[in-house]
Design a protein around this ligand. Structure first.
Ligand SMILES: Cc1cc2nc3c(=O)[nH]c(=O)nc-3n(C[C@H](O)[C@H](O)[C@H](O)COP(=O)(O)O)c2cc1C
Length: 263
């Protein structure tokens, strides 16, 4: 055996190769991290704009996102205390609005919590305690409120944004940006023909309860949306997530507050 084939030499070469490769991989991850973060935020802002009817991904380019999103103010709310967090509270919680991503803290007990089975109408198991909401206001008059929503469909959790008019009651739009539903069936929740059914519908009935329902068959009036045919289970998931997120345990009280006293 030549000295080139010795066990020691083989181990040294293998080890050096591992070190070099790991440096390249971790170096690339570090270099690409700011780009990934920027893309994640771009994507989120695009989805918020889409829900509010301010961005059409078929026609509009990414360069329009920053300018259009600049009219939104971002707030973090506390779902347990039902209040909008001020700067001091955000600092105490170490939440920096610019870098905060509520999807990334879903397993962190400081920022999220497990839901009891009977309250978990949307079947999400855990929820973030401090979600971000996005508001457009002119001279203190609220024009648009966008809230994140999520709920289990047939194959997994659907994530989206629901946009409301300034009355915190009339739907402006709904856009799902992540789902595992079947293309052509449950994934039709993203079909513009279906999402076009949402604007103008009302959330709360006269008693102040969530009156909006996704029903099997043809919906009518202010409070009904047609379920997707062939995708009743996904439609039920969307119905459940509306009942949960707009209800008393989630955004209901905050939205009532915004409606009555503004920000
Ligand atoms: C391969 C496969 C994928 C399906 N994907 C979905 C889906 O994503 N969402 C859904 O609601 N139903 C889906 N279904 C259909 C459901 O099993 C169920 O039949 C349907 O939700 C009933 O809707 P309907 O009462 O409107 O016919 C799928 C069925 C099969 C066989």
């Amino acid at each position: 055996m030549s000295s080139k084939d010795s066990t020691k030499r083989t181990l040294i070469v293998a080890f050096s190769l591992c070190v070099v490769c790991s440096i390249i991989v971790s170096g690339t991850a570090v270099v690409l991290k700011p780009m990934q973060d920027a893309n994640r935020i771009l994507d989120r802002n695009k989805n918020i704009l889409s829900a509010a009817g301010l961005f059409d991904s078929q026609q509009d380019g990414d360069e329009l996102v920053a300018e259009r999103f600049s009219q939104f103010s971002t707030y973090v709310i506390d779902l347990n205390e039902q209040r909008v967090l001020d700067t001091q509270q955000l600092e105490q919680l170490q939440i920096d609005i610019g870098g905060y991503d509520q999807r990334l803290v879903i397993n962190d007990p400081k920022y999220s919590e497990a839901l009891e089975r009977q309250e978990d109408i949307a079947n999400i198991k855990r929820r973030v305690i401090y979600p971000m909401i996005y508001v457009v206001a002119q001279d203190e008059e609220i024009e648009t409120i966008v809230v994140p929503v999520s709920g289990y469909g047939l194959w997994g959790i659907l994530y989206g944004f629901l946009a409301l008019e300034g009355d915190a009651n009339t739907v402006k739009g709904l856009a799902f940006y992540e789902l595992k539903e079947t293309p052509g069936l449950g994934a039709e929740v993203r079909n513009p023909r279906w999402t076009a059914l949402w604007p103008g519908k009302k959330i709360y009935d006269e008693a102040g309860d969530v009156g909006l329902r996704v029903i099997k068959g043809q919906g009518s009036g202010d409070y009904q949306i047609d379920g997707l045919s062939g995708a009743t289970l996904t439609s039920r998931g969307v119905d459940n997530l509306i009942q949960y997120w707009l209800g008393d345990d989630a955004y209901g009280p905050i939205l009532a507050q915004l409606r009555e006293t503004g920000l």
